[in-house]
Design a protein around this ligand. Structure first.
Ligand code: ADP
Ligand code: MG
Length: 290
């Protein structure tokens, strides 16, 4: 491509709210055959809210929220923020020794009680029995909600379900990318069932779920090892290494600065439909100069 046509292409993209940092990225993006999409904040709005609170017998919903929100007050995770939001009006207690376990959940100490809140793997790792609420959790997950378990003093006392709405244009954006001949993959730290339920709603069959934050870049690398040319789209701090690893890293402009800095392209409005637009502009730019 000539420098002029590249400049024109980058300018054209900017008109659509697609910021291309390097001329390289404009040339690379029409070569990709695989697009990996982060779920939370990329396919979904990233603004989850609590939908269900299910205590075990002997506890009520407010007690569950009180413990959970007292703990999540110290969390920066969107799930934590949803729980704090849901507990508005409930007086919270001081938590000590707060600890966030990336990809699993949070823990802390409230007076003489040990609190643990997170996914099934987290509770299982501490040998806490979850079987009384397994069926409930399964149903919630099949509805596309994320169930988080709350244990007090190593005993399960309830589940909180959180739902993150799918962005209105995600399904259409994914269909367009598939029609362009691309393999579309969803990658998330969320549990397999919830991930699968969301994927089904938007027409994705290829799902990488329960991926720990530290493993996201490795998943991209292994696709590359298989010969794939990969673009990764993400918004979170967790996504930054994967965005940097991909042939083309694409950040959601409404996401974190860390993700934007790790990427070659930023989608200002955070719309997934812009990914197809970027590829079309790239193809047109490079065809013009043949
Ligand atoms: P994502 O890819 O959605 O950003 P994460 O790797 O951050 O996922 O988290 C994976 C899972 O760990 C979540 O779906 C949730 O079950 C659990 N988890 C992580 N952080 C928290 C938290 N602060 N509170 C409750 N659960 C959490
Ligand atoms: Mg995200």
């Amino acid at each position: 491509a000539t420098p002029t046509s590249i400049t024109v292409g980058i300018g054209k993209a900017a008109e659509y709210g697609i910021l291309i940092r390097a001329s390289d990225a404009l040339q690379q993006i029409q070569k990709i055959d695989t697009i990996v999409l982060d779920k939370t904040g990329t396919i979904t709005t990233g603004q989850p809210s609590v939908t269900d609170i299910i205590p075990i017998e002997g506890y009520d919903k407010n007690q569950i929220l009180h413990y959970a929100a007292s703990l999540e007050r110290y969390s920066e995770h969107p799930l934590g923020q949803a729980i704090v939001q849901a507990a508005q009006g409930i007086p919270l207690d001081e938590v000590h020794n707060f600890n966030a376990l990336a990809g699993y959940g949070v823990q802390g100490q409230l007076a003489d009680k040990t609190l643990l809140l997170g996914n099934a793997k987290l509770l299982q790792s501490q040998a806490i029995e979850t079987s009384s609420l397994t069926d409930t959790a399964t149903q919630l997950a099949q509805a596309g909600k994320t169930p988080v378990y709350l244990a007090v003093n190593q005993q399960l006392i309830g589940i909180i379900a959180i739902a993150d709405p799918i962005k209105p244009d995600s399904a259409q954006a994914i269909r367009t990318l598939q029609h362009m001949g691309l393999n579309v993959v969803m990658m998330t730290g969320d549990n397999q069932r919830t991930a699968q339920a969301i994927a089904t709603q938007i027409g994705i069959t290829d799902v990488l779920a329960e991926v720990l934050p530290a493993d996201k870049a490795n998943k991209i690398k292994s696709l590359q090892t298989q010969g794939r040319i990969v673009a990764m789209v993400g918004d979170g701090i967790n996504d930054a290494p994967a965005l940097a690893q991909a042939h083309v890293g694409i950040a959601i402009g409404t996401g974190t600065d860390v993700a934007i800095e790790a990427s070659d392209i930023t989608l200002i409005q955070g719309k997934l439909t812009s990914v197809a637009t970027a590829i079309q502009i790239s193809r047109a730019t490079l065809q013009n100069i043949k």
